[in-house]
Ligand binder design. Structure first.
Ligand code: ATP
Ligand code: MG
Length: 214
């Protein structure tokens, strides 16, 4: 976590703050997507970011998880200025994002999708081991999913659960969800992210973060 902390940067954000943005600006050709944004997430908090289409919600979340880099301003993790050059670096800092458009491989199983591409895996994991690990996360976070199911057989709500499990599997304790309810029916959205994963973590002092729901 210290390897890409900015050298010599004074902690401008207190250590109890899980994640913060200070004066963050992001420009795309012809548009300022985020202008001088401040944001602060404390441990156990759940935030919802509201704004009309094009307001810059996804862009902010993308900077917080390492997908985009700010043109100005800084991101702080536990009080330390960090520079995230990729989502992989974001995950190394415990920050994970679930995107609006899923990135699962339909013909692979749930467990294969979760384990696939994990930078911690330097060897091929046995399917049974991957399934056990996925089952543990599913149980711990109250996200019921069959690790052996093939993703193409799952409903949209179940696929979203797989994406969340995938991020949790990589150790994220700050979870950014981009429009998590947009793809779900109302009952599905109630079940999916509003209840157990977030509430359980709050009770346990976790830091799951929901930046955007409509
Ligand atoms: N990769 C990109 N290249 C160029 N412009 C972009 C890019 N990503 C976002 N923008 C622009 O930045 C602005 C903010 O977009 P962003 O997607 O962050 O908004 P949003 O609040 O997430 O909108 P929505 O509710 O539609 O998802 C928009 O004007 C958008 O067109
Ligand atoms: Mg968006």
């Amino acid at each position: 976590m210290t390897d890409n902390a900015l050298p010599g940067a004074a902690p401008a954000s207190p250590r109890g703050v899980a994640l913060a943005a200070r004066g963050v600006t992001k420009r795309f050709p012809g548009v300022v997507a985020n202008a001088d944004v401040d944001f602060e997430l404390r441990q156990g908090e759940v935030h919802t970011l509201l704004g009309e289409n094009g307001a810059g919600k996804s862009t902010l979340a993308a900077m917080l998880c390492g997908l985009y880099q700010p043109d100005e301003g800084q991101i702080f993790r536990l009080g330390q200025a960090i520079r995230l050059r990729s989502p992989r670096e974001g995950l190394a800092h415990g920050i994970g994002m679930v995107h609006q458009h899923f990135r699962l491989i339909p013909r692979f199983t749930v467990a294969e999708n979760v384990v696939l591409g994990d930078p911690q895996q330097s060897f091929i994991m046995k399917p049974s081991e991957a399934e056990d690990r996925v089952a543990q996360i599913s149980e711990r976070f109250g996200l019921p999913i069959d690790p052996r199911a093939v993703v193409s057989d799952l409903t949209v709500g179940q696929r979203q659960r797989v994406e969340i499990v995938k991020v949790l599997y990589r150790g994220a304790d700050v979870l950014l969800l981009d429009e998590p309810t947009a793809v779900l029916t109302p009952p599905g959205s109630q079940r999916s992210v509003r209840h157990r994963p977030v509430d359980d973590q709050r009770r346990q002092g976790g830091r799951l973060h929901q930046p955007q729901a409509r």
